[in-house]
Design a protein around this ligand. Structure first.
Ligand code: PLP
Length: 430
């Protein structure tokens, strides 16, 4: 079968809800991918920050096949060994008092379960927990409350009230590159604005504040240090639980196990998916005991949540991240990329900003650095040029002009140098 056959069959039988890169991927190894036409790519997007330990890692394959040959499915009605051991491991690696996990199948589901948990926590304390706050420009998923919490209207067109469920409000994002203030002032201002959001857009009964510690889909936006200092004070004073959505930024992506670790964040709840399962569909809402204790047997159920194969792979995935020191590699190669990209920025005015942490890097393209006019068309073109030259990059940003460099954390120095060289050539072709 040829790639064109697959593409036309897909058009015939698959709901065309995706904007696809026009290649049919067939296999991968480490940070390399191959397509059906025999082309090879250095993967700098990791299936949207998922394959953190690399493609087809032998230990992941073994964990999956070993567990599959024993028991594939139990349902949530029974205990199973990998599920419990995975929950224990999550408690070990997550910050602060996070301890209790609820396993599910995706990032959106992790958010949905976090919403249920904070609502239950609110009502158990005699509150309504009617409101939920998230950030403008955020991304938390495309279903249910996750979709409403997502602060980007471009994903919401035509979905009517489904896109804005009652009680969800948004607060400004600290976006230093697009702020007229200094970095610190920008953080401070955005955090203080949360008070206004609570006072003017809710009845004061906020079940939780949701935040990606580094915004992924929104364009790898890193909040200034001042943001979290002020924000956490406000949330504490108002007794509002703080949910850290680490679906994209977790598991070494940012050069720390969790992106919130850069600010020593100790959330009341954390959501996990993507890099959690190394490619298997698994997510989790992880809670402190005060929140988890509100749940009664029967409140939650998922047929597949905590599936033994997904859990066994996720557990092995975390062990690989630790054994192969992939968090450290993410920080090291991330620094190398940042230096190389900043160097390129000095020679190419189209690169307005280079930002990020570890291997969660955003390159914001602008047609004029003084006006910062977004170069969204050029961003699409460069992704295409690089794809044709054997490098897969991500594209995102609130304005659609941010290249996202989020490779598997096992990417080598040599592969990274090749990516930088090809990026420079791509820019000159642009
Ligand atoms: C931060 C964050 N939260 C939640 C989600 C939703 O995850 P999923 O696509 O697995 O539903 C995403 C997906 O990109 C994400 O980046």
């Amino acid at each position: 079968m040829k790639s064109d056959d697959i593409k036309s069959k897909d058009k015939e039988f698959y709901i065309q809800g995706y904007t696809r890169v026009p290649i049919v991927l067939t296999e991968g190894k480490g940070a390399l991918l191959k397509d059906l036409d025999g082309n090879e790519y250095i993967d700098c997007f990791a299936g949207i920050a998922v394959t953190n330990v690399g493609h087809a890692h032998e230990r992941l394959v073994k964990a999956a096949t070993d567990q599959m040959s024993k028991l594939i499915h139990t349902s949530g009605r029974f205990f199973n060994i990998p599920q419990t051991l995975l929950a224990e491991k999550i408690a070990e690696i997550t910050p602060g008092d996070l301890k209790y996990s609820y396993l599910c199948n995706s990032g959106s589901e992790a958010i949905e379960n976090a919403v249920k948990l904070v609502k239950k926590y609110a009502t158990s304390r005699g509150k309504t927990g009617a409101a939920l706050i998230a950030l403008e420009g955020s991304f938390h998923g495309r279903l249910g409350y996750a979709f409403s919490l997502t602060g980007q209207s471009k994903y919401k067109k035509g979905f009517s009230s489904y896109a804005n469920l009652q009680g969800v409000v948004h607060a400004p994002t600290p976006y230093p590159y697009r702020s007229k203030l200094s970095e610190e002032e920008c953080g401070e201002e955005a955090a203080l604005a949360v008070e206004n959001v609570i006072d003017y857009h809710t009845a004061g009964d906020v079940a939780a504040f949701f935040i990606e510690p580094i915004l992924g889909e929104g364009g790898i936006i890193v909040p200034p240090d001042s943001y979290f200092n002020t924000l956490l004070g406000i949330l504490k004073e108002r007794d509002i639980p703080f949910v850290s959505d680490e679906v994209q930024s977790g598991f070494g992506r940012s050069g720390r196990m969790f992106a919130g670790d850069h600010w020593n964040l100790k959330p009341d709840l954390m959501t996990l998916a993507k890099g959690f399962g190394g490619g298997m569909p698994i997510g989790a809402a992880v809670a402190t005991s005060k929140i988890a204790n509100c749940v009664q047997p029967g409140d939650f159920f998922s047929t597949y949540g905590g599936n033994p194969v997904c859990s066994a792979v996720a557990l092995e995935n975390i062990n690989i991240i630790e054994d192969e020191k992939l968090v450290e590699n993410s920080a090291k190669i991330g620094n190398m990329f940042m230096q190389g990209l900043e160097d390129l920025q000095r020679r190419n005015t189209i690169i307005g900003d280079v930002r990020g942490k570890g291997l969660m890097i955003g390159i914001e393209l602008v047609s004029d650095p003084s006006t910062k006019k977004p170069a969204s068309e050029e961003a699409k073109k460069i992704v295409n040029i690089l794809k044709n030259d054997g490098v897969i990059l991500g594209l995102g940003g609130i304005l659609g002009n941010v290249l996202r460099l989020q490779p598997p954390l096992c990417i080598t120095e040599e592969q990274s140098k090749t990516v930088l060289d090809k990026f420079e050539v791509g820019l000159s072709r642009l």
